[in-house]
Each structure stands twice: as structure tokens, then as C-alpha cells.
Design a protein around this ligand. Sequence first.
Ligand SMILES: [Zn+2]
Length: 259
Amino acid sequence: MTYPFETFRATQKQTDFIQKKIPHVASVMPEFFRVMVVAYTSIDQKNLYGMPHGIRQDLGVETSLKLLLIACCNDRLIAANESAKSVLEKLRVLTLLWYAKGANLNACLFFGYYFYTQHSNALYLVKSILQQNEFLVDVSQNLSDNSESESLFKAMRSSAWYKSVGGLGDKLSTAYVQEGDYIRTDLPKPGYLVHFKKTGMYDLRVPMFLDPAEVEVPVIQQSKVIVSCPKCHQKCRGPLFEHIEVSCPTCQQKWSQRT
Ligand SMILES: [Zn+2]
């Protein structure tokens, strides 16, 4: 089975950033991945023998996640008062980038299982670790001069999502989340919560939460479709097909999407 993010590779700039700018994170990531591989194997065996209460060996995940979050604080990637949801999003990016440097795929599959599918458990765990961490790291540090990491996280989050008949997609990559792999939520904030519960086809390029403001619903009029350019927001009109390829007349940006 091939997962949609498997061929994702980090740019040289991203790889350099991890090695040089976030040394604490780079030093704990191998252990985080090691325990996630063990945890994945335990879940895999559970499925293989069909036992609902298989031997769970994912306890190490909690400890190494704690060390990772402390490393994130020390490298000033997360702020002391940052929400657990925002921290989860950063963990997704760090995991994807570490994988892209050549790390184990099964670790990412456990990450997908735990952070998307078991989302509320993961959120609760991260929240409680962050509360404990307040006593362990200097909470007075702020992130104001760490714009390089902010732009890294921003670049790893597409804001060009669209809604099609069968799901949610990203105009700028092949990332696509089928109907049934996400739910529309209203509380605490309206949006799409991605959980991959239907297919289990985790795609670590997809944020766990999408704001409706960043998901365009194409306008369909008399067998024409109107979509906006992901780069300059120019409205582009074309014939309505299931898959469309668009070239923006204003900025020449090309992209393809489903309708
Ligand atoms: Zn454009």
C-alpha cells in the first residue's frame, strides 16, 4: 500500500533548518520515531490477530512526546501559552519533515493513527504535557525573533484548499481527503476535522483542522465552473469536468483540482 505523502521530500533549506536551527528537536526525533515504530507494530499485531485489546506497547510514546515538546520549547518553536491544537499542527510538520529526511514510514503511520484518528486523546495528552512543561522551561521566552521557524510552519501548510463533490483537496499538491475521512464541526470553532477514520490513508501533508475560510467551494453555473487562483485570487472560469486544469490568465499559475 502506498500512502499519499510517501514521496514527499524536504527541501535543502528545510533540512538545513532542522540540523542547524533546532538542535534540541533534531536530537530527540530519532527516539520519538523509534517508539512510534514500536507502537505501530503493536497496533498492527492487534489488527492481524483481530484482538480488540492487543498488547499495547505505545506507553513510550508519552515519555518521548514529552521530551520532544520540551525540545520544542528550548528551540523556541512553541510558546508557553500556545494552544494544544497549534502545537499538534507543528508536530505534524516536524514529523513529516523528519520522515522526508529518510526516517521510518511506520512511525508516521502511528502518528497518523494517534494524532488524526485518536485526535481527542492526543489533544488531551499534549495539553497535559504543556501544563507540566511550564515548570520545566523558561516561560518568559517569547517567539518574536523566531520568524524563520514561523515561515517554515507557514510554508508547510497550504491555504489553497477546495471542496469538491467527494471531499477536500489542495490545489497546490495532490493531497485529497475523501468524504468520510473528515467531519464538519461547529464547536469550539466551525471547521473541518480530518481523522482518516474511513480509509486509514493518512496524509501528513494535511492539517488536522481546516478553517472554512481556507476551503473554497467552487461556483458552478450552466456547465461552467468558477474557481480562484491559489496565488493571486483571480477568479477563473472554465468548462465543468470532474477534474479540471486551470491556468490563471493574470499570473500564469497552473493547478489542477476536482469539482
Ligand atoms: Zn493568478
